[in-house]
Design a protein around this ligand. Structure first.
Ligand SMILES: [Zn+2]
Length: 304
């Protein structure tokens, strides 16, 4: 159920139409850098509970008045442990619109925050309509919290919608991604893997790829060692390695074209190989460490 955003349609227009046509999926993943994905998620959540159902908040109905966010008012700071503040807040003071983000001073969105939101989502809508939870900065969910969230995605209570906002899709586990409608913000794609907000894992992978030409086979095999161990988490990490590598390779090709060179046949072949590795990993349960090894050695050959 992975949708691509057509280039000609603006993300917020896709979301608006889903409400207008009353075909709203239970989970969305909005990806891109900057504040636009977050504000779009907020507007979408508000539009979902608007009485008019046109796909945009009418600003006049009682629901819109409740969900209105006064920019002047200071937002309630969250706390992952729920001590110095709540674990989630509402959009405006609408009881059916929940908002989760990293607590002030926290390094992660906690599993406790996810559990609280899940409990609230299962209660059923106060106003008898839809119930929406936005998880802003979903790249700050650790895998354990993401797996907790997965349960909500697998059996979404009727009328509930989950909107994840993340700077990069690859920060989200594949099992969540595959259950969500993916909305990409084209502006943000430019920042790509060089995004200063990128996770530590992404930065590490990009560092290895940038230095591929100078790495020995032994060094690359050593790097692939980290993908050994329990299959599920290792497969998630290798999925990220594949995603980042695909983007990195695209950049390589683009740079060559910009420099007036033709992209080498080998780099185009490498693209196909990455897709094949993804199929092997997900469809054929290939060993993650071996997939990582084949990927790194293959890419090294391609760019040598
Ligand atoms: Zn309204």
């Amino acid at each position: 159920m992975q949708h691509q955003t057509p280039r000609e349609t603006h993300p917020s227009e896709i979301l608006r139409r889903s409400i207008e046509n009353d075909r709203v999926h239970s989970a969305f993943l909005l990806t891109g850098a900057g504040v636009l994905p977050s504000t779009t998620a907020r507007d979408f959540a508000r539009a979902l509970v608007c009485r008019e159902g046109t796909g945009l908040a009418c600003e006049l109905c009682d629901a819109c008045q409740r969900s209105h966010v006064d920019e002047e008012t200071e937002v309630i700071a969250l706390d992952g442990k729920g001590k110095r503040g709540p674990t989630y807040r509402h959009i405006g003071d609408h009881p059916d619109l929940l908002w989760v983000e990293k607590g002030a001073g926290d390094t992660r969105i906690t599993i406790g925050q996810i559990r609280d939101v899940q409990a609230a989502m299962r209660l059923g809508a106060n106003e008898g309509g839809r119930r929406v939870a936005v998880i802003d900065g979903a790249e700050w969910l650790n895998p354990q919290a993401q797996n907790a969230l997965l349960r909500l995605l697998e059996e979404p209570p009727a009328g509930t919608h989950l909107v994840l906002v993340a700077s990069r899709g690859s920060a989200i586990i594949a099992t969540i991604r595959s259950r969500s409608v993916r909305i990409r913000f084209p502006m943000a794609e430019d920042a790509g893997i060089r995004d200063p907000e990128a996770s530590e894992e992404v930065v590490q992978i990009v560092g290895v790829l940038d230095a591929l030409r100078d790495r020995s086979v032994g060094q690359l095999l050593d790097f692939a060692e980290q993908y050994r161990g329990a299959r599920a988490p290792a497969a998630e990490s290798v999925t990220e390695l594949i995603d980042v590598s695909a983007e990195w390779l695209r950049e390589e090709v683009k740079a060559r074209v910009a420099a007036g060179q033709n992209p080498s046949v080998r780099s185009l072949d490498a693209h196909h190989s990455l897709q094949q590795l993804r199929r092997d990993l997900i469809g054929r349960n290939a060993n993650p460490q071996m997939v990582a090894e084949r990927l790194l050695l293959g890419l090294r050959d391609a760019v040598a």
